[in-house]
Write a protein that binds this ligand. Structure first.
Ligand code: ADP
Length: 204
């Protein structure tokens, strides 16, 4: 398990880590933004975000992993929620997860930027409303739902920045949880992404 809350690194160290090993499991840009490589169900944060489907009753990918790790009580709470619109978010308890909450959001199928942006905005707003101070996101919609990975990150970074600027004291840490090599490569190789992440972490 990654002890996300307890890690603090200086900005020089951060820059070194950013340009360092691709396989570094956890990149902490400062006390507020981290890129973590691994299984989101192991993260000790206040809330993890689930890339769910409209039924909220579980599925494959990260959704299946979260339901397996949280246990049947999560399914029961989700069933009572009556589904979720694409681009919206709903919160439940985390049950057997180390995370206290799961924020379920439903990403678009295919490249629909305003809906993907809405997922991140609604998830962060739901977090603020529930005093969630540390939150981890998977790469929503970029798995089975087929959003191109590089197009997704270009939507994700600006909306995270906008939300952090709008709620400057709300969050202690926002984590990008990467799972696939394609995303690890993307976050490490594209200069613009690194610069934007670094900019967000300094500005926030
Ligand atoms: P979607 O239907 O929104 O595309 P997927 O679960 O298919 O959702 O994929 C979303 C992202 O989550 C993909 O990058 C996938 O590799 C990743 N993922 C799958 N399992 C996990 C996990 N246990 N922890 C973090 N990310 C995961």
């Amino acid at each position: 398990k990654y002890m996300i809350n307890k890690v603090q690194v200086g900005q020089n160290e951060t820059a070194k880590m950013l340009y360092g090993s691709v396989y570094n499991p956890s990149i902490h840009l400062n006390s507020k933004i981290s890129v973590v490589i691994g299984d989101i169900t192991t993260l000790e944060v206040d809330a993890i975000v689930n890339a769910a489907n409209n039924s909220l009753l579980g599925g494959g990918g990260v959704d299946g992993a979260i339901h397996r790790a949280a246990g049947h009580s999560l399914y029961q709470e989700c069933r009572a929620l009556g589904g979720c619109d694409t681009g919206d978010a709903k919160i439940t308890a985390g049950y057997h997860l180390p995370a206290r909450y799961v924020i379920h959001t439903v990403g678009p199928m295919g490249e629909k930027p305003s809906l993907l942006e809405s997922c991140y905005r609604r998830s962060l707003q739901t977090a603020v409303d529930n005093n969630v101070r540390t939150i981890a996101f998977p790469c929503i919609s970029t798995g089975v739902y087929g959003y191109p990975n590089d197009a997704a990150v270009k939507v994700v970074l600006p909306i995270i920045r906008t939300m952090l600027e709008a709620n400057p004291d709300a969050f202690d840490r926002v984590v990008f949880c990467l799972f696939l090599q394609v995303d690890i490569d993307l976050y490490h190789k594209i200069q613009e992404i690194q610069e934007t992440l670094y900019y967000i972490s300094q500005g926030a």
